[in-house]
Design a protein around this ligand. Structure first.
Ligand code: HEC
Length: 502
């Protein structure tokens, strides 16, 4: 007995010595599950047609170096040193900083050791945890907490992979890729977010899968985006579960071709705690899936249960609160396709409008599916299974499943997006500033008209203010710093703001 223990201790010491050799903190061997070989199965399937798809999209163009960041170091120092192709390995510990990545091909990998994470902690003072604008960025295995703005935000970076992160109690958006093409958001656990836990904005070819999102206002949002699949997620205890919609007024005007399938969408009845005036502040608590103005949305094989307003709510802009009308966006959700889904105990405490509509259709019960406003050429199968409002005249769908579509991720990485410098001001204004400022009205920030009066011929004054805003008004919150934008881009946004007429 003693001998065995002694032997184990000796082996342990030896392995430890080997492993930690020269430095206490040399990095462990990390095996990447998104690269390398796939399990072939217990039989030879070489002659079978099925192929296994790899989920990696951010293909390394060069094999780079690894930089190890230890507790007490700054992650940003490693990012500054890193060259495209490099990996930054962050050891367990607590890091209080904002990480900006404006280069391509950088992999940020948190090292999880015996359950301990590399934690980015904003201490309720910092605005954002990770902001990237590079292409082929990978961010994985991090824990992020107590930031005021974004957990992970991407601006115009293509071919991104954001996976295996834990994001808790962090500001306005958990994971927010904006203006990106070809990206994966998978296996993240996200909770306690004031707007959307996962917010895909103005993006294309996106895969959102296997995430656990809860205790937030919106679980997963696909906004002004195309060719997206949202599948195999567990979406629970949010105000609204999964949303596909158009926000009017953004530079990209459409949302279409979205597949929402195989998700668990349960008990999304959380009180709405969004900032007043934001789009999501208008979501009725108890909405499983919301489709607003988005076209070609397919809802298939989800388990949708215990959402008190409705399992699926379909609306146009005219019937939705907190939306303006954009003449360039079609306000109607057209060609919505509802295939088989399991719906249980939804709509048990629904909105008055739904109750009134049920009466006009001489129906009783609690609505699983609720459609208000215009929706053209939409279809449904097995409608008899559900209590529905507003879908009596929908056609039968001419197909029953989406099995032929694995993924909308492209086989090869797409080249970087080219934003013309003359467009930069508009893109930033529409994508960022317009989230808090409208022309005449009070939103999260003061009206643009007031700002124009203050800064009439002084765009540089705005550019300087937004780099490091100071508190000016007692009745408004603080404006978060926009210092991740370079000086030229800040000035372009400022000029664009001053030139607005509506
Ligand atoms: C998350 C919300 C938010 C975003 C995004 C935002 N702002 Fe603001 N902004 C505010 C708030 C809140 C205030 C009021 C702050 C105060 O008075 O203390 C403000 C105030 C301002 C002011 C007034 C400064 C002054 O001297 O009174 C300017 C100028 C401004 N923002 C410009 C911008 C520009 C340009 C952008 C886009 C790059 C932007 N803001 C993005 C929330 C935001």
């Amino acid at each position: 007995m003693n001998k065995i223990i002694a032997a184990v201790v000796v082996i342990g010491a030896f392995a430890g010595g080997l492993y930690f050799g020269t430095s206490q903190n040399s990095a462990p061997v990390i095996t990447n599950s998104s690269e390398g070989a796939s399990y072939g199965g217990g039989f030879d399937k070489a002659n079978q047609a099925a192929t296994v798809k790899k989920s990696a999209v951010a293909k390394r163009t060069v094999a780079g170096e690894t930089h190890v960041v230890n507790d007490g170091d700054k992650i940003m120092d490693a990012v500054k040193k890193a060259k495209p192709g490099d990996t930054i390995q962050i050891m367990p510990g607590t890091y209080h900083e904002t990480v900006y990545i404006d280069k391509d091909d950088i992999r940020i990998t948190g090292v999880i050791k015996e359950g301990k994470y590399a934690t980015l902690d904003g201490q309720r003072k910092l605005n954002d945890a990770i902001l990237y604008s590079g292409n082929n960025i990978v961010i994985e295995n991090m824990r992020i907490t107590k930031y005021k703005g974004n957990g992970i935000m991407g601006q115009a970076g293509n071919n991104f992979e954001i996976r295996n992160n834990i994001i808790v109690d962090t500001g306005v958006y958990g994971i927010f890729p904006q203006l990106g093409q070809n990206g994966i958001v998978e296996y993240n656990v996200i909770s306690g977010i004031e707007d959307a836990a996962i917010y895909v904005g103005m993006s294309d070819n996106i895969h959102v899968a296997h995430n656990d999102v809860f205790d937030s206002v919106a679980g997963i949002e696909i906004e002004n985006s195309r060719h997206a699949i949202v599948e195999n997620n567990y979406v629970h205890n949010n105000t609204g579960g999964i949303l596909a919609f158009i926000t009017p007024g953004l530079p990209i005007k459409t949302t279409f071709d979205v597949i929402i399938r195989n998700n668990f969408i349960d008990n999304n009845n959380h009180k709405n705690f969004a900032a007043p005036g934001s789009t999501v502040a208008g979501i009725p608590a108890g909405t499983g899936i919301l489709i607003m103005a988005a076209d070609d949305v397919i809802v298939e094989d989800n388990i949708i249960s215990n959402n008190k307003t409705a399992g699926i709510l379909i609306t146009d802009h005219d019937n939705a609160p907190n939306t303006t009308i954009d003449p360039e966006s079609d306000p109607a959700p057209d060609r919505v396709m509802i295939l088989n889904n399991i719906m249980l105990n939804n709509g048990y405490d629904t909105i008055d409008e739904a109750k009134a509509l049920l009466l006009t259709e001489f129906k009783q019960g609690n609505p699983d599916i609720l459609r208000v406003g215009v929706s053209r050429d939409s279809c449904i199968i097995n409608r008899h299974r559900y209590v529905t409002v507003g879908v009596n005249n929908w056609k039968e769908c001419t197909f029953t499943n989406t099995n032929a579509i694995d993924s909308y991720i492209l086989d090869e990485p797409v080249p970087p997006r080219d934003i013309d410098p003359s467009e930069r001001g508009k893109v930033v204004y529409m994508g960022i500033c317009a989230g808090c400022h409208t022309y005449t009205g009070r939103m999260i920030g003061p009206p643009v008209q007031i700002i124009q009066a203050l800064y009439m011929d002084n765009p540089q004054g705005i550019a300087d203010y937004i780099e490091a805003p100071t508190k000016k008004r007692d009745d408004y919150p603080e404006m978060p710093p926009q210092n991740y934008l370079d000086a030229e881009t800040r000035l372009a946004a400022a000029k664009y703001m001053l030139g607005r007429k509506n």
